[in-house]
Design a protein around this ligand. Structure first.
Ligand SMILES: NC(=O)c1ccc[n+]([C@@H]2O[C@H](COP(=O)([O-])OP(=O)(O)OC[C@H]3O[C@@H](n4cnc5c(N)ncnc54)[C@H](OP(=O)(O)O)[C@@H]3O)[C@@H](O)[C@H]2O)c1
Length: 412
């Protein structure tokens, strides 16, 4: 099942809307042995709605474009492909030839956005002329530039067709903010979006301790906070590279969506003075909030719409080969939900809150749901286990561990 994309979008000068978060491919396509994993990472990103992919003839000597072609497969119409011409190829004829080679490697008849990778020795007017010819032939749908500073952009805008520039891809992140002084205002004035490369400063922001201190109380990772900051910048498209992190991206997102539903159930209970529960289907991978009247046993009714938790088949609520907490034969639940007759509903997991928003079932009031008890809700892709727990005070926590018999739970 595919979750509809809720990503913010950026509108290009020709009114095309693209997701404000895409996928980079800089180090992809360099080693054949890694290709399968790279294709899988890009596919997982596309599935999440990160349907803008940035590549270049330079990356992996064309190898990255081949990886993109494999990842896109039959979904070409869903994906917005950005590629780049080397400056030394950017002559009138060279640009056309380089584009043809990229099209062949990408297994496509058009590139959505074709960029000059950086300024080189060929006159800008020659490159722009070639871009316009390619656009006229339908081989590229729009063109732009990369690593252009203020003087380069002024030179470009002075050209007859310079106003057709659809983006300037530059380094922009929480550490490198130089573009905010002159380049970004100039681009904004001309309606040219900024495409922010190295949005995580090549991992430096992922491990940045100061950012981690800011991210922790918000319940997000430093990488998520750094990307959220970029997404909040008007007209900015961020293109992180997520070769390995993509699965964490998805899994933490899913675990977080469950924890949001836990928070919702808790709030509903406290605001309506009735019992509320989080109802999780461990068979079908969805969850929802339900409320109950004061009858005994209570009549449970659905409060919100069903929320699908999984985006593909590798993710489940089911068992893992080595059970996570030693007390837990399979992952996937807290105790089952009960039906209106008071009987257990198979294949479900439940957390119930009283009218003060405090968890009351299946454990006695005052019990803290820890990832080593039977009360947490667990998610896994078979190689990592995530737990959503609720403290007796109603505090919600996310955890992660490897699936071993002696799990080391880390707070997310
Ligand atoms: N136009 C240009 O001149 C230019 C220059 C540089 C880059 N670019 C483009 O911009 C893209 C991105 O820039 P970049 O590759 O320099 O660096 P980046 O995206 O800032 O950082 C990539 C690093 O961050 C890690 N990461 C990404 N998301 C994460 C997450 N949610 N949690 C934890 N770690 C995470 C990645 O780990 P894993 O890989 O292990 O997942 C990788 O090590 C490139 O791939 C390329 O397409 C363009």
């Amino acid at each position: 099942m595919t979750r509809p994309s809720t990503l913010p979008t950026v509108t290009l000068p020709d009114h095309t809307r693209v997701p404000a978060l895409g996928l980079g491919t800089w180090t992809m396509g360099e080693q054949r042995a890694k290709a399968g994993r790279e294709v899988a990472a890009l596919r997982a990103g596309i599935e999440l709605g990160l349907t803008l992919i940035d590549t270049a003839e330079m990356y992996g000597d064309g190898g990255a474009e081949r990886v993109v072609a494999q990842a896109v497969g039959t979904q070409r119409d869903r994906v917005f492909i950005v590629s780049k011409v080397y400056p030394h190829n950017a002559s009138a004829k060279g640009t056309i030839a380089a584009c043809e080679r990229s099209l062949a490697r990408l297994h496509t008849d058009r590139i959505d956005l074709y960029l000059l990778h950086w300024r080189g020795r060929h006159p800008l007017a020659e490159t722009v002329g070639a871009f316009e010819r390619l656009r006229g032939d339908g081989k590229i749908l729009r063109w732009g530039v990369s690593n252009f500073d203020v003087a380069d952009m002024q030179e470009l805008f002075a050209l007859r067709e310079g106003a057709h520039c659809a983006a300037n891809q530059v380094m922009y992140n929480l550490i490198e903010r130089g573009i905010e002084f002159g380049l970004r205002p100039l681009c904004q004035q001309h309606g040219v979006p900024i495409m922010a490369y190295s949005p995580l400063h090549q991992n430096a922001l992922v491990t940045n301790r100061k950012l981690a201190t800011l991210a922790a109380p918000l319940g997000v990772t430093p990488a998520q906070l750094a990307l959220a900051w970029l997404l909040a910048q008007r007209g900015t498209i961020a293109i992180p590279q997520l070769s390995n992190s993509i699965r964490y991206f998805r899994l933490s997102g899913d675990a977080r969506s469950v924890s949001n539903a836990v928070a919702l159930a808790k709030m509903r209970a406290a605001s309506k003075f009735v019992k509320t529960r989080l109802y999780v289907s461990t068979v079908s991978g969805w969850h929802r909030v339900e409320t109950a009247d004061t009858a005994n046993p209570p009549n449970w009714t659905t409060e919100g719409g069903v929320t699908y938790t999984t985006t593909n088949t590798t993710f489940s609520w089911g068992s893992v080969l080595t059970p996570p907490p030693s007390t837990q034969a399979t992952i996937g639940h807290a105790a089952p939900c009960k039906n209106n007759a008071g009987a257990d509903i198979a294949g479900t997991a439940c957390i119930v809150f009283n009218s003060r928003g405090v968890p009351i079932a299946p454990d006695a009031p005052g019990t803290t749901y820890s990832p080593t008890s039977n009360s947490a809700i667990y998610l896994t892709d078979g190689s990592d286990v995530y737990a959503v727990t609720v403290a007796a005070t109603g505090m919600i926590k996310l955890w992660q561990t490897l699936p071993t018999s002696t799990p080391q739970w880390n707070r997310q």
